[in-house]
Design a protein around this ligand. Structure first.
Ligand code: 13P
Length: 271
């Protein structure tokens, strides 16, 4: 963090307004199946899961592998379960063997797409620059991006969490309009909490998310910062969802392992 950033830190702080009717942010709970579930398993899952969440006011999304998308979309028709992909390329067409574009996702009715998950940053050379390009391409194709940011254990232990996650957020959103930022879902996923069973404490997660919201406030203004949905991800389960999701700045979650079981994921959605 530069001296200037430090001075800016308290320059734009979003008050806790989530209790006020005017600015009531919705809760968005998304499952990230990662590389799991065959089409028949996806169909079975949605048939069991959708009736259990039909009464919720929360937004419910399942981000499924490419091979499940079509089946998931058909099975989820007429329910309140929305379907997303887990990645996309930033170009629309071209010689990019093995890639899938935003235009292709949109063409079959996909609504959401995860961008910049830490596993893609770690294993598939995703950078802040490609994340930014993909978010822009998602908006061109009218897809809603779920953008992941988060620190490693090493960065956390060096007290760099805030610096890392606010920088990732700034670079991811660079060049977007205020309206686009308001329609971006950000998922704060501390890397050390993913798939490890270790969850950030509710206070810790809330503070990190507040730091991201304050950064958005500095760049895009208070109204945008109050509207943007910021989720927590990392070992969310039915036993810790309520505590996390009731925090002032946590607007729901991005759930990995626990989203693979319909009853468990329904409990999380209905926290
Ligand atoms: P887990 O919930 O399995 O920790 O995974 C979190 C995640 O990476 C969601 O994108």
């Amino acid at each position: 963090m530069t001296k200037n950033d430090k001075n800016m830190k308290h320059f734009c702080t979003v008050p806790n307004v989530s209790k006020k009717e005017d600015f009531m942010r919705r809760k968005v709970i998304a499952g990230n199946w990662k590389m799991n579930m065959l089409p028949n398993e996806a169909i079975d899952f949605i048939e069991k899961f959708a009736p259990q969440v039909e009464k919720t006011n929360n937004e419910v999304i399942l981000c499924v592998p490419y091979t499940d998308l079509f089946y998931a979309l058909l099975t989820a028709q007429g329910t309140n379960v929305k379907i997303g992909a887990q990645n996309m390329h930033f170009e629309e067409t071209g010689a990019y063997t093995g890639e899938v574009s935003g235009k292709m996702l949109k063409s079959i009715g996909v609504e959401y797409v995860i961008i910049g998950h830490s596993e893609r940053r770690q294993y598939f050379n995703e950078t802040d620059e490609t994340v930014n390009k993909k978010i822009k391409a998602a908006f061109v194709n009218e897809l809603k991006p779920i953008v992941c940011v988060g620190e490693t254990l090493e960065q956390r232990e060096a007290n760099k969490t805030e610096e890392i996650i606010t920088k990732q957020t700034e670079l991811a959103l660079q060049g977007l309009t205020q309206e686009q930022v308001e329609n971006t879902i950000i998922a704060y996923e501390p890397i050390w909490a993913i798939g490890t069973g270790k969850t950030a404490t509710a206070d810790d997660a809330n503070n990190s998310i507040k730091a991201i919201r304050d950064k958005i406030c500095q760049i895009y203004g208070q109204m945008t910062a109050e509207r943007v949905i910021i989720q927590y991800g990392g070992s969310v389960k039915s036993t810790n969802a309520k505590e996390l999701f009731e925090m002032s700045d946590i607007d729901g979650g991005l759930v990995g392992g626990a989203s693979l079981k319909p009853d468990e994921f329904a409990k999380i959605v209905n926290f």
